[in-house]
Write a protein that binds this ligand. Structure first.
Ligand SMILES: *Cc1c(COP(=O)(O)O)cnc(C)c1O
Length: 405
């Protein structure tokens, strides 16, 4: 492949060169165990704590409020399962219909397991992906153990009013968890100002490597470990630390803090140029998600009467990496749970594409996509019986026609 135009940064990001550089010694000469008594290991332990401090700085947290995990998914599971074990008499969980599978599937499993011991309220969202705060307030009950709501949505970039939601939970003595995997590094977060109990982040979504995550646990919040083993992380998560990845994540957080401005100026400008260019040049294209309450790097657009997977294949031929709002499972194209929760009409949900940028994208990348994508849509529509029908006014509701298998 000659050229890769990478616009799938909500799926994963490239490791920043500066991050890779600081990691390398921990794969070679600095291989000590941070828990060892000798100085060889001890120097590695100090480096782990320096990284912890850098991550804490980005979040407005105290270093000892951070627990290193293996990924965002582990952080999410740890937080939710901890809360349920801390308050065994409370059986209710509040979450939303648009969570990442790391939270959504866990909650649904808890709802079904052990004879419905736990009740889960999955809050709906409005058509622009935002939340109804009255519905949220009404969902909080006496036996609610935890609220778990993502800070920003991975498919649409829509940002939830997490500070306000956390305050409302706090007033009722309910623990509050936020999956901030997409938010960290893209929008300012200051945990010293918001009463959040648990926050999850993942290294590979902010230019650190895969296989490292963090769970923030506010000082004083009851905590029950998920991984039981050695005394690492003050007994809160057993297992020898992934030192190189931790060092890399520390550097990535330092970079993110320094680049937060660029994220909200340069990256946002590129995203807006891409988004407006597509919406203006392609008829029957619709933005999915709130226009402003949104991450600066993400756009999700539906092109009516085409299939997202087909668009992706054509983009891929040009080296353009994006993702679609439908998943090809068991031979049928199902619109994603996020598109369904937003009530995006079937014909539009099928043709939804997510483009997610990073500080490494250039104006050339955007111009290239603006040149290639509109003709792809036009070509696919020529072959679409639904588009034809729409033009002749004969076909109303299109049915699922799958071209993958
Ligand atoms: C990617 C992602 C996760 C999962 O993180 P992993 O480190 O891949 O386990 C969880 N939540 C959101 C919102 C994500 O985007």
């Amino acid at each position: 492949m000659d050229r890769v135009i990478y616009m799938d940064n909500n799926a994963t990001t490239r490791v920043a060169p500066e991050v890779l550089e600081v990691m390398l010694p921990y794969f070679s000469e600095l291989y000590g165990n941070p828990s060892s008594m000798h100085r060889f290991g001890g120097q590695v332990g100090r480096v782990v704590n320096e990284a912890r401090q850098k991550i804490a700085n980005l979040l407005g947290a105290q270093p000892d409020e951070l627990i290193f995990t293996s990924c965002g998914t582990e952080s999410d599971s740890t937080a939710i399962l901890s809360a349920l074990q801390s308050f065994p008499e409370k059986r209710h969980i509040v979450t939303t219909r648009v969570e990442h599978p790391a939270v959504k599937n866990l909650c649904e499993k808890l709802d079904k397991l052990s004879g419905h011991k736990h009740r889960v309220t999955q809050l709906p969202v409005n058509s622009d992906g935002t939340i109804d705060m009255q519905l949220y307030e009404d969902s909080l009950e006496d036996d609610t153990a935890i609220v778990s709501v993502m800070w920003a949505n991975n498919e649409t970039g829509v940002i939830f009013p997490i500070a306000e939601m956390a305050r409302l939970a706090k007033q009722r003595g309910i623990l509050f968890h936020t999956d901030a995997v997409q938010a960290v590094g893209k929008i300012p977060i200051d945990l010293s100002q918001v009463p959040i109990d648990f926050l999850s982040l993942s290294g590979h979504k902010l230019h650190a490597p895969k296989g490292i995550g963090v769970l923030y646990v506010r000082k004083g919040t009851p905590f029950v470990p998920f991984m039981i083993g050695g005394h690492q992380e003050h007994g809160r998560r057993g297992g020898t630390e992934n030192v190189a990845a931790i060092v890399g994540l520390g550097k990535a957080c330092e970079l993110a803090q320094a680049r937060m401005d660029i994220e909200n100026t340069k990256v946002k400008t590129l995203r807006d140029k891409l988004e407006n260019g597509l919406l203006n040049s392609v008829p029957r294209s619709i933005l999915n998600g709130h226009k402003t309450m949104r991450l600066p790097n993400t756009t999700n657009i539906s092109f009516e009467f085409v299939e997202g997977e087909a668009i992706l294949l054509h983009l891929d031929a040009y080296g353009i990496c994006a993702s679609s709002g439908s998943a090809c499972t068991s031979g049928s194209l199902e619109p994603s749970h996020v598109m369904r929760a937003m009530g995006v009409p079937f014909t539009a949900a099928h043709g939804s594409i997510r483009l997610s940028l990073s500080v490494y994208n250039t104006e050339d990348d955007v111009d290239f996509v603006l040149e290639k994508l509109p003709p792809i849509i036009a070509q696919l529509r020529k072959m679409s019986p639904f588009w034809e029908g729409e033009h002749k006014g004969s076909v109303g509701g299109a049915s699922c026609k799958c071209s993958c298998s």
